[in-house]
Write a new protein. Structure first.
Length: 163
């Protein structure tokens, strides 16, 4: 009888060990699963801090043509030829294509807008314009930024367009 009690006690002890190991294993799995759940949202929030996930370094770039009327006029011509079909003649947006005369484009630093024009987002329908010379891409940025202050983008794009 003593042996039976020992076996029963030994089995009970074995089950406790198994349950502890399983509990520790479950805790380990839960911790491993929780790490991505915590890190991924913080990474996404960090990416969303920049215009279309532009690298932080792009925010430091300044438009060398900002405020220059000749550059704005040249940018208006480039915009009309390359961008207006999707973003609207006055930058108001069309359908599911966002406006560029207001909203995030106007709030973003010049360098981030330049970066996005250069790299595009093919999966979202925005072509990469990196094939345009750098000067022309900056002229487009100058034009886009002028839309915010002009009130009526049509005025900016209607006259005296330079090449």
């Amino acid at each position: 009888m003593m042996e039976g009690a020992r076996t029963s006690g030994g089995q009970q002890s074995s089950w406790r060990i198994i349950l502890r190991v399983r509990a520790n294993y479950c805790l380990l799995l839960a911790a491993i699963w929780a790490i991505p759940c915590v890190l991924v949202p913080s990474r996404v929030a960090a990416q969303d801090a920049n215009f279309h996930n532009a690298p932080s370094s792009s925010a430091q770039q300044k438009d060398p043509y900002a405020g220059q009327q000749a550059a704005v006029a040249a940018g208006a011509k480039l915009y009309a030829a390359n961008c207006a079909a999707c973003h609207g003649v006055n930058g108001q947006g069309t359908g599911n294509i966002p406006a560029v005369s207001q909203g995030p484009t106007q709030a973003a630093p010049d360098g981030e807008v330049f970066w996005f024009i250069t790299t595009g987002s093919i999966d979202k329908g925005m072509p990469a314009w990196g094939s345009l010379p750098e000067q022309r891409r900056w002229q487009i940025v100058a034009y886009l930024k002028s839309l915010k202050s002009s009130g009526d983008a049509g005025k900016t794009s209607s006259g005296g367009l330079a090449k």
